[in-house]
Design a protein around this ligand. Structure first.
Ligand code: ASP
Ligand code: MG
Length: 431
């Protein structure tokens, strides 16, 4: 049985029109069994983060306002999609919103709340639950046989809230058995299974999440579990581009990438694919397709194993909102291995990911995401032993398969603060 795995991100379901479009894409594959992985609608994850922030700081008014806004957003989509106001999707959605709202009201102003990361996963995961409930019912309304599954039961993780690690063994078995049962029942006409991206559940039944933008990863987990031939990620771009079209005029679509190249791109911050997505696909030799949900008949980008592959264009990756930090030991000593291991230990404990690093005799320089360090106190800890020099508001430009023209094209008019080259990649920290 070949099952197709399709992932639809938040941008594809950010309106009633978006949901209709997603259903019409499913209609293009009338004979296929499809597992659909869906993210929270539009910017719902950010909206839920806002609700959570108010909740954690006991700001009742702020919580109520942002909650209402988010609820209105979903209900306006519902109202447009479902003309019959007694359709059961309305009561199911009311119940979900009530459940979340009730738990927030109950926890508010309590001196002792569970950990912030635990609360994050519990609250923010509702975005995916709302989205899948709506899409599932809309598919049924459109005559597409659909069943809604619960990723909190299918995707088993450890309890590292906000960045949970997948239990591949448990998840693989569970996904296989549930999907096999569903798809190979007596009525073997085509069916669709809808499930939430991004979220999972630990052994105790707590909700966990896989890290922001983690729905791509869910698609990879499901495809790996089922051993499918392909996974398709439907995006608002024609495929993987050689630069973010929002930033770069004349961005070109890349027709073919190797897994290796895709991993490099994702790792350096190309936002088109979640970094953890590729490895499981590579291990099981599953082809990844990135296609446009706006132009579903076009080919998109194929990512797969190739013994030989030639790049067609330099590939540009921009990371904004970076901070460049240089650390020098306070005792004027050289930077030695002990310093590096101490620095990395501190960074790891504060979940700070280093995007680029460079060392000299007396200093060690790192480039990190500004929002990864703000509010963590990591700089104060580092200051205990190091003098810090600091450039904020800088950008990190990475070019894979660079050439002189490519470099001058993106550094024109910018001041280069740091440069690092390897054979295929150049990193430039610029102001
Ligand atoms: N909804 C989650 C997020 O926005 C996961 C995803 O979109 O992949 O981060
Ligand atoms: Mg999203």
């Amino acid at each position: 049985m070949d099952i197709k795995v399709f992932k639809f991100g938040g941008a594809s379901v950010n309106s009633a029109k978006g949901v209709r479009n997603v259903a019409s894409i499913i209609g293009l594959f009338p004979g296929d069994s499809i597992v659909m992985i869906i993210s929270a609608m539009g910017k719902t994850t950010n909206a839920l983060e806002e609700v959570l922030k108010c909740y954690l700081s006991d700001d009742t008014k702020g919580m109520e306002t942002s909650f209402e806004r988010m609820k209105d957003f979903h209900f306006s989509i519902l109202n447009e999609l479902f003309k019959k106001k007694n359709h059961r999707v309305f009561s199911e959605m009311e119940a979900l919103f009530d459940e979340l709202h009730g738990s927030l009201r109950k926890g508010m102003n309590k001196a002792k709340k569970p950990g912030a990361d635990f609360e994050y996963d519990r609250v923010v995961s509702y975005g995916e639950i709302f989205a899948t409930t709506i899409v599932h019912h809309y598919l049924l309304l459109s005559g597409i046989p659909s069943r809604l599954f619960d990723s909190r039961e299918l995707v088993r993780t450890d309890s590292s809230f906000r960045d949970a690690r997948v239990d591949w063994n448990f998840t693989g078995k569970k996904v296989r058995s549930e999907m096999k049962e569903y798809f190979s029942g007596k009525n073997s006409f085509r069916k669709v299974a809808v499930l939430q991206g991004f979220i999972g559940g630990d052994q105790e039944g707590n909700t966990t999440t896989l890290g922001r933008e983690g729905s791509d990863y869910t698609a990879a987990i499901v495809a790996h579990s089922l051993g499918t031939r392909e996974v398709t990620i439907w995006k608002d771009v024609p495929g993987v581009m050689n630069a973010d079209p929002k930033w770069f005029k004349n961005a070109k679509k890349l027709d073919l990438l190797t897994y290796h190249e895709a991993i490099e791109l994702a790792y350096y911050g190309a936002s088109v694919i979640h970094p953890k997505t590729i490895k499981p696909l590579e291990n099981a030799n599953i082809t990844l397709r990135v296609r446009s949900f706006l132009k579903p008949l076009q080919k998109g980008t194929t990512v797969e194993h190739r013994a030989e592959w030639k790049v067609t264009h330099p590939i540009y990756i921009l990371k904004q909102n970076q901070v460049l930090i240089s650390l020098s030991p306070r005792d004027f000593s050289f930077i030695v291995e002990e310093n590096l291991s101490q620095i990395f230990d501190i960074l790891a404990r504060h979940h700070v990911k280093v995007n680029v690093m460079q060392n000299s005799a007396i200093s060690f320089t790192i480039c990190v995401d500004a929002d990864r360090i703000s509010g963590t106190g990591v700089l104060d800890v580092l200051r205990e032993n190091y003098t810090l020099r600091y450039n904020d508001n800088v950008e990190l430009l990475t070019i894979r398969h660079y050439n002189p023209a490519a470099i001058s094209r993106i550094t024109k008019g910018r001041k280069i603060l740091m440069e690092q080259k390897t054979r295929n990649t150049i990193h430039l920290v610029v102001k």
